[in-house]
Every structure is written in structure tokens, then in C-alpha cells.
Ligand binder design. Structure first.
Ligand code: NAP
Length: 325
């Protein structure tokens, strides 16, 4: 048990909720940022200190980060829920605001910034991307995260204490997007098709462990990929259905169909300012590739470990059935 104080942005989100719960279990005092419109969900009745505001509310941020041991900056937004301008503003400018407040406030602990593995990508020489495989960003989400990472690196290089973590595709209870999509492909007879390509699937509890380990053991200015098992969609879907006795999706969506949808999504996005998956042609191509990662650096330096998909299934499926049935 500890008597440390943490400030958490993005506390009301999927990952932030799990992080707050773990910090409380470990004895931390947790100061959590919540927007006036946020749904605090399971945290509503938890023993947290709430700070109401957004990532641009400097006064609230200042009172929240002053006198802390750690600042966990998770607030962020993707193209699935906002247009590119908002995505850039929240991910890049929001991070700039948090850093600037940390810099000018008194007695602020280490900042752990949650970016995405998407700023790194496999290439011809390394089929499993590591922290050095910096990729040209595709779309507003990746570019805003890449720019935010540079701001965090600069903060660390100029006297601040900051570490960046890069989760891959996070799986677990409370996720409204990736997790139900994957489970439905493994379980539901009404979901006949799975996606081509593959990805690194990591349980949310493993990512939370990795974030805390980055605070405890990471080097300032360093980056750590927090990944899990590298699985093709085909393999992930059959592992889920084998374990749970579901009806796996049997037909792969042809990669060409997704590639063809890219320009359509791009055109819709241009004329309506409403983003439609796969957002644009470069992202459409990315969605059909094998986006595999290695977490070797986190394993060596942070003692990071991840469990196989099956270990995360019982709790996640119980939640899924309650939410989606
Ligand atoms: N889930 C993944 O697979 C994954 C993978 C890699 C990286 N990440 C990163 O991890 C972080 C957390 O992801 P998540 O899956 O937990 O996302 P999430 O469920 O969508 O949660 C996002 C959080 O950010 C908050 N937020 C958004 N805009 C804000 C603003 N203007 N001011 C203050 N707070 C704001 C949200 O508040 P409200 O509750 O008010 O909306 C929410 O608490 C994000 O930065 C994401 O990019 C996630």
C-alpha cells in the first residue's frame, strides 16, 4: 500500500476508469478530471477527489496537479467520436496545456502520457514494430498523438519528468468500441465476417500494470510499447469461439472491399465533415495489414507482462453480455 497522490485526466474513459480503480486499490489518493458532461459510471461512488473541467481548464488543472506524486494523462479522443479538428485540439493542444500547467505548478510528480502504438508501425525490416519504428502518421488521430509525444519529449528534455506509453489494441470490460466488435465476431451467429489483417491485443489490466510500472521504473523521456498477443483477426476470433463455445465469423471481408471503401469514406468526410470508417484510403489500407508489436523493451525495463487473450475473456464476456444483450 502507498500513500501517494495521483492526478488522472481521462479518468471517466475506459482505460482511465480501470487505472483509477487500481490506484485506489493500491492505496493512492486519486484526483480525477471529469468534464461537466462526463458519465462517471462505476467511479461515481468510488472514493475519488473529482475535479470538474476539461484539458483546457488551466485553473482546475493547476489545483489538480499541485502536490502530486504522479500525473497520468490519458484524456484523448479518436476519429470515431469527433472530427479531425477536435481530435487535434484535444490530443495535441490538450497535452500542451497539461504540460504547461505541470511546468508552472508547484511540486508536480512524474507525468505518464498515454499515446498509442499507432505512431510506430511494422515495416519490411521489422515485422514486429518496436519503439524505434516511428511511422509517418496517418490521419488526425495518429498525427495529433505524434505531435503530443514530441511535446512530452521536449518537456522531459528540458527539466520535466515524463514517460510515454503506447498501448496497442486494448481489450476489456467497459470498452464500447474494439472489445464488443471483436467479441461479436467470435460469438454471434449474426456476425458472419471477420476482418483481414491482424493486431496486438492486450488486456486492460495488463495496460494498467504497464502504466503504473512506467511511473515506477521508466526512464524519463523514454517510450514503452504496452502490447499483448499478436493475432490475425482469424486466429483471435477462433480462439474466442473455441474458449466460449460461440459461433465464429467464417468469412474474411476481402481486403479489396475495405480498400475500396477508403475513397468513399474520404469523399463523405470531405463533404459532410462527418468521419466515416475507414476514414480515408491510407487508413483503409492500414486496417487490412498485420499491425504486430513487440513489448520487449517494457518487459526488460519495466518487468511488463501480458496474459493470453483467454485470461481476459471471463470478466470481459460477463460485462459484454450484460451490456449488449
Ligand atoms: N482503448 C485503446 O485501445 C487505446 C489504445 C491506445 C491508446 N489509447 C489512448 O488511451 C487514452 C484513453 O483511451 P480510452 O480507450 O480510455 O478512451 P475513452 O474511453 O474514449 O476515454 C477518453 C477520456 O478522455 C476524456 N476526454 C476527451 N476529451 C476531453 C477533453 N476535451 N477534456 C478532458 N477530457 C477529455 C473523456 O472524457 P468524457 O468521459 O467526458 O468523454 C474520457 O474520460 C486515450 O488517450 C487513447 O488515445 C487507447
Amino acid at each position: 500500500m502507498t500513500s501517494k497522490i495521483a492526478a488522472v485526466t481521462g479518468a471517466t474513459g475506459f482505460l482511465g476508469t480501470h487505472l483509477c480503480e487500481r490506484l485506489l486499490e493500491d492505496g493512492w489518493t486519486v484526483r480525477a478530471l471529469s468534464r461537466p458532461t462526463s458519465d462517471r459510471g462505476d467511479l461515481e461512488d468510488a472514493d475519488l477527489e473529482w475535479y470538474t473541467g476539461d484539458v483546457f481548464d488551466t485553473e482546475t488543472l493547476e489545483s489538480m496537479v499541485t502536490g502530486t506524486d504522479a500525473v497520468f494523462h490519458l484524456a484523448g479522443i479518436g476519429l470515431w467520436s469527433a472530427g479531425p479538428e477536435t481530435v487535434k485540439r484535444v490530443n495535441r493542444d490538450g497535452t500542451a496545456t497539461v504540460l504547461s500547467v505541470c511546468r508552472t505548478s508547484e511540486d508536480v510528480g512524474r507525468l505518464v502520457f498515454t499515446s498509442t502504438a499507432g505512431t510506430r508501425q511494422p515495416n519490411e525490416t521489422s515485422p514486429f514494430a518496436d519503439e524505434t519504428d516511428v511511422a509517418e502518421p496517418i490521419g488526425a488521430y495518429q498525427s495529433s498523438k505524434a505531435e503530443a509525444e514530441q511535446l512530452v519529449d521536449r518537456y522531459a528534455a528540458t527539466g520535466g519528468d515524463a514517460v510515454t506509453v503506447h498501448p496497442t489494441s486494448v481489450f476489456g470490460p467497459g470498452d464500447e468500441s474494439f472489445t464488443p466488435q471483436l467479441l461479436s465476431m467470435g460469438l454471434e451467429p449474426t456476425m458472419p465476417a471477420y476482418l483481414p489483417g491482424g493486431l496486438s491485443i492486450v488486456g486492460v489490466s495488463d495496460v494498467v500494470d504497464g502504466i503504473i510500472a512506467a511511473y515506477e521504473k521508466g526512464g524519463s523521456g523514454e517510450h514503452y510499447i504496452l502490447g499483448g498477443e499478436n493475432l490475425t483477426y482469424d486466429r483471435a476470433v477462433s480462439r474466442i469461439s473455441d474458449h466460449l463455445g460461440g459461433v465464429p465469423a467464417r468469412i474474411p471481408v476481402p481486403a479489396q472491399a475495405i480498400h475500396a471503401a477508403g475513397p468513399v469514406a474520404e469523399a463523405v468526410g470531405t463533404v459532410t465533415d462527418h468521419q466515416v470508417f475507414p476514414f480515408n484510403r491510407r487508413m483503409a489500407k492500414l486496417a487490412t495489414e498485420r499491425l504486430f508489436y513487440t513489448s520487449e523493451k517494457a518487459k526488460t525495463e519495466l518487468d511488463y507482462e501480458y496474459a493470453p487473450l483467454e485470461e481476459h475473456l471471463p470478466e470481459t464476456v460477463t460485462w459484454y453480455r450484460e451490456e449488449f444483450r
